[in-house]
Design a protein around this ligand. Structure first.
Ligand SMILES: Cc1cc2nc3c(=O)[nH]c(=O)nc-3n(C[C@H](O)[C@H](O)[C@H](O)COP(=O)(O)OP(=O)(O)OC[C@H]3O[C@@H](n4cnc5c(N)ncnc54)[C@H](O)[C@@H]3O)c2cc1C
Length: 459
């Protein structure tokens, strides 16, 4: 990048907020996938005003801007394939206010999700959205992807907690949306528009988030299933019984083995699946009754054993195991293509059956785990990218996985977003009219196409 432009960025942010050595650029060129492309410069702003000035300069020079949280995304959405600026929000990490009366938090976009959760829990409040990456992702990134997580089943997605946003638009103007009011239908829902927009419509610099009361009690149980299909069927039986667990997670054999080898939690290695189930609430007696009912349903559906965590430490350990599935899979293969399909819950057993068929047919492992309670499965295709044969198979298998989801009335992505990786399947998933409308929205907000170009939409 032209030295003169770098000097102008330094004038806006300060020298320590602009990185341009090869080593620094390499660090901002990847995300949680296997994709990689270096930006031309990294900008680390500290204020919304600085973001606005950076965007104005970039617009004048027609430089692409790829906003970045912590780069934990699983769709290559923050990989700057066209170079330009990686606008890293991690220095905007202040919690500006926690309002216990209105039960809201006002934060900068670079706050790490787990830090916000810990801060509000200190005063018995609760921020439920809990992507497994909550220690290494930001609120801005969570909003931009509409992140989910295990607790979505009972509590909803990140977007359900967004009350207001501060957004720097593609021409540098600063837009404020929403308010602390719980009810607000004044005009179009712009919070919803920017939620899940993957950095393509604006740069989120601050967020006003809804909180809730922290549940007083929680229990976790682990049910062991000799049959994966029985485990997936159990999900529907539980929900039909009128119980909404806080989380209902599935892990298949390979996921169990990888986590157990890495963490030695005492997980069973001779079953096809486990379900990890959480209940929470304020009435301990009611919760204990729920635990019994849930355990009974699991046994009726074929669980050979149901283990209820005895204390907080055991609960935390089981959850650490579940949240480590994705990184633990590296023990089996150097690369994985972790998909994020959702299907209607009733179709989970059929989806699991068809995914296993694909794996057997192509001779390449697909690990199945995810948030089974809300129909969001993460089939992960394991492979070695250095092998052209395997890579060709993986591309074919990914198309087949998406076809299964769509055929069963599901979607391409429940929570990771489209980014660069799922663009080719958008037409099939949404059809021409929906894509045309979305492209028009993009063009209205970013006519120069400088905000995360080349993402979300098919060519
Ligand atoms: C081990 C692991 C487990 C995961 N588990 C889950 C899970 O359970 N649930 C889930 O939903 N996801 C999960 N993810 C995916 C990922 O963590 C989420 O998508 C997360 O929301 C990304 O946040 P980030 O700060 O890392 O954003 P990045 O990866 O840096 O960016 C992601 C996208 O958001 C945009 N963006 C980032 N910040 C802003 C901003 N301030 N303004 C505008 N756009 C912005 C980027 O341009 C990009 O398009 C997991 C990832 C890993 C590696």
């Amino acid at each position: 990048m032209d030295k003169n432009i770098i000097t102008q960025f330094q004038r806006i942010i300060g020298k320590d907020g602009v990185l341009s050595t090869v080593e620094d650029l390499a660090v901002y060129g990847y995300d949680g996938t296997f994709e990689d492309h270096r930006p031309d410069v990294v900008a680390l702003p500290r204020t919304t005003e600085q973001v606005s000035q950076v965007v104005q300069l970039a617009a004048a020079e027609r430089i692409p801007i790829v906003t970045r949280g912590m780069g934990s995304g699983l769709a290559a959405a923050s990989v700057p394939f066209q170079g330009g600026i990686s606008l890293a929000m991690t220095r905007m990490n202040r919690i500006l206010e926690i309002d216990p009366i209105n039960v809201t938090a006002h934060v900068e976009a670079g706050v790490v999700t787990a830090d916000l959760q810990a801060a509000v829990e200190k005063i018995n409040l609760f921020y439920p959205p809990d992507p497994s990456s909550n220690r290494h992702s930001t609120i801005g990134g969570n909003i931009a992807c509409n992140a989910g997580g295990p607790r979505c089943l009972k509590y909803g997605m990140t977007g359900d907690y967004v009350l207001g946003l501060t957004v720097v638009l593609a021409d540098g103007r600063i837009l404020h949306t929403g308010s602390k009011c719980i009810k607000d239908v004044t005009g179009y829902d712009l919070n919803a528009l920017f939620t899940g927009s993957e950095g393509t419509l604006g740069v989120i610099t601050e967020a006003l988030l809804r909180l809730t009361a922290r549940p007083k009690f929680a229990h976790t149980m682990l049910a062991e299933f000799p049959s994966l299909e029985n485990a997936s069927r159990t999900v529907n039986d539980i929900l039909q019984a009128g119980i909404v667990p806080a989380a209902l997670e599935l892990m298949d054999t390979t996921a169990i083995i990888c986590v157990e080898e890495a963490m030695h939690l005492g997980l069973p290695l001779d079953v096809e699946a486990i379900l990890l189930i959480d209940t929470d609430g304020s009435d301990e007696a009611a919760l204990l009754r729920e635990v019994e009912i849930l355990a009974g349903i699991c046994r009726e559906c074929g669980a050979r054993q149901v283990r209820v965590a005895q204390d907080e430490a055991e609960r935390a350990l089981l959850w650490r195991g579940r949240k480590s599935v994705s990184p633990a899979l590296a023990r089996k293969a150097p690369n994985k293509l972790g998909e994020d399909i959702t299907v209607p819950r009733s179709a989970i057993p059929e989806a699991v059956r068809r995914l296993r068929e694909i794996s057997v047919r192509e001779g390449q492992p697909i690990v199945i785990y995810g948030h089974a309670g809300d129909g969001n499965l993460h089939p992960a295709i394991l492979f070695d990218k250095r092998s052209p044969d395997q890579w060709a198979k993986v591309e074919k298998m990914a198309a087949e996985v998406f076809a299964v989801a769509l055929d069963l009335g599901g979607t391409l992505s429940g929570e990771h977003g489209i980014g660069a990786l799922k663009r080719p399947y958008m037409q099939q998933a949404l059809g021409s009219l929906s894509i045309e409308i979305q492209k028009r929205i993009k063009a209205a907000l970013d006519p120069l196409n400088i905000l995360n170009p080349g993402k979300v939409f098919p060519d």
